[in-house]
Design a binder for this molecule. Structure first.
Ligand SMILES: Cc1ncc(COP(=O)(O)O)c(C=O)c1O
Length: 495
């Protein structure tokens, strides 16, 4: 199918602007993405200046001969990314403060991604898998917080329940029962400062000095540190393509006799390797926890992000085991880490101990935020956001996989088993250590966390590439940098 080509004249910043754009209906890239990329290109080239008003969606759609939905979706994405701003009743204009993106190109340190007036050095942080806060439903949250503050002023701004706002606990119980197959009541929910707060609270309330927690290795090191906070010991259990090696766990359980108290797992997408724990391993893990009376601390940090069909239910959805399950989740990946809102679902006796320690630590949480989030879940806003985010992050994952597969230097140096979900890829390296790659990338203004962050000691030739917080253009730019870093003479050049 042939492309449509159009010239649009308008007067951004008082000057005529000609938008030469060919949308190719037969291309593998959707037209919405073609259009959003073309607009970003115009901004990057400085042809569309900050403050310039765009033609209305009907005009653009008619001129490009596409359905208006394509234009609305492309513009919506660019508003979410911060390139455009929607002005009530006045249309859409180029943002006054553009998202900056500076990446060294192959020849030097020319920065791209910002209009000439805004060009400045900026570092791109490749995270271990954070969501894109630019698409978070912040306006809805702000309005809900205002309403919550008003409503609570009458009766609810005193000291409250250490386990957290009863309304949010009730709403969360319904949410996880419906969406994740759990069967809990609000009395089995404790709100925390994110999952990290949940891990530390579990450690302080449930572990005695000298008791042992088995953890995945490689794994999520901040959890290990939380257990050690309570002077507990940590034993590392290896992970393979099916998740935690349960045979090794059982060997530790036998050896440690009663000292092994809990096992900490990330079965949905193992952190950092992203593998999903197999059904056989899940069953074996349940049997071990029954036999040796271990708590299963299940960190379900990214349950919403499954891209291929329905995800496996959490281990904590198993009724016969529920008294030994400590289920931890948070809104950090679902909405944004800065909310610092997480929760634990556990047996009532465990909840009582957690609550009494929480009372000593920070008395209670942020009741205004908690009540507002309850409203957003009840209204379905959080669920709508999750659906939008899932779709967007799937596109970003696919784009990154495509970039990695289509560039020979990246194919040669990086291997990946595409995960069925989550917010990051686990890239295994050939021919270069992750520390060396991180050094080379840093010299080109891109930071990444080397594999050594996820092991007890030594290094690991792999790293997590969080894709969700980056637009497809940003992902391509990061791949440009990685490609430059992985050329045979890259290390020598930059030293
Ligand atoms: C496996 C895992 N657990 C817990 C956390 C902590 O999340 P929160 O922001 O909810 O404390 C993270 C954050 O990246 C994580 O990756």
């Amino acid at each position: 199918m042939g492309g449509s080509r159009t010239n649009i004249s308008t007067g951004p910043a008082g000057r005529p602007w000609r938008f030469d754009l060919a949308l190719d209906g037969g291309a593998s890239v959707p037209r919405q993405t073609q259009l959003s990329r073309a607009i970003i290109q115009e901004i990057r080239r400085g042809r569309l200046l900050p403050g310039a008003t765009l033609p209305g969606s009907r005009t653009l759609a008619a001129q490009l001969k596409v359905n208006r939905k394509v234009v609305v979706a492309a513009v919506g994405e660019l508003v979410a990314q911060g390139w455009l701003e929607a002005l009530p009743a006045r249309g859409t204009r180029v943002a006054l403060n553009l998202p900056t993106l500076a990446v060294a190109d192959a020849e030097g340190r020319r920065s791209v991604g910002a209009a000439p007036a805004q060009r400045r050095a900026a570092v791109i942080a490749v995270s271990d898998g954070v969501p894109d806060a630019r698409i978070a439903p912040v306006d809805q949250l702000a309005r809900a917080q205002r309403r919550a503050l008003r409503a609570l002023t009458r009766t609810g701004l005193g000291y409250g329940d250490a386990a957290g706002d009863p309304v949010l606990r009730d709403v969360l119980a319904g949410f996880v029962n419906h969406a994740r197959g759990l069967s809990c009541s609000s009395e089995e929910v404790v709100l925390t400062r994110g999952s990290q707060g949940a891990l530390s609270l579990f450690a302080l309330a449930m572990l005695e000095p000298g008791e042992v927690v088995a953890v995945e290795h490689p794994g999520y090191a901040p959890a290990w540190r939380a257990f050690r906070l309570a002077r507990a010991e940590v034993v590392h259990v290896p992970v393979d393509a099916e998740g935690l090696r349960t045979d090794e766990l059982e060997a530790h359980a036998k050896r440690l006799k009663g000292r092994l108290k809990a096992v900490y797992v990330t079965p949905h997408h193992q952190y950092p390797t992203t593998v999903a724990m197999s059904a056989e391993r899940r069953m074996h893990l349940r049997r071990i926890c029954e036999t040796y009376r271990l708590y299963i601390v299940e960190d379900d940090y990214d349950y919403e992000y499954h891209f291929e069909g329905a995800p496996l239910l959490p281990l904590s959805a198993t009724k016969d085991l529920s008294s030994r399950c400590v289920y931890i989740a948070s809104l950090s990946k679902l909405i944004a880490p800065a909310l610092r809102l997480g929760y634990i679902i556990a047996d009532r006796s465990v909840v009582a101990r957690l609550s009494s320690v929480r009372e000593l630590l920070d008395r209670q949480g942020d009741v205004v935020l908690e009540r507002a989030v309850a409203e957003l879940i009840e209204d379905g806003e959080v669920q709508r956001h999750a659906r939008r985010a899932r779709q967007l992050y799937r596109e970003r994952r696919d784009h990154l996989l495509e970039q990695l597969a289509s560039r020979p230097p990246l194919c040669a140096a990086l291997a990946c088993d595409p995960p069925g979900g989550g917010l990051a890829l686990w890239l295994r390296l050939r021919g270069v250590t992750s520390e060396e790659l991180a050094r080379r990338a840093h010299a080109r203004d891109v930071t990444l966390t080397p594999g050594s962050a996820h092991v007890a000691d030594g290094s690991l030739p792999a790293f997590r590439f969080g894709f969700a917080a980056h637009t497809t253009e940003e992902l391509s730019a990061i791949c440009d940098t990685l490609e430059a870093c992985l050329k045979p003479d890259a290390g020598a050049k930059r030293r």
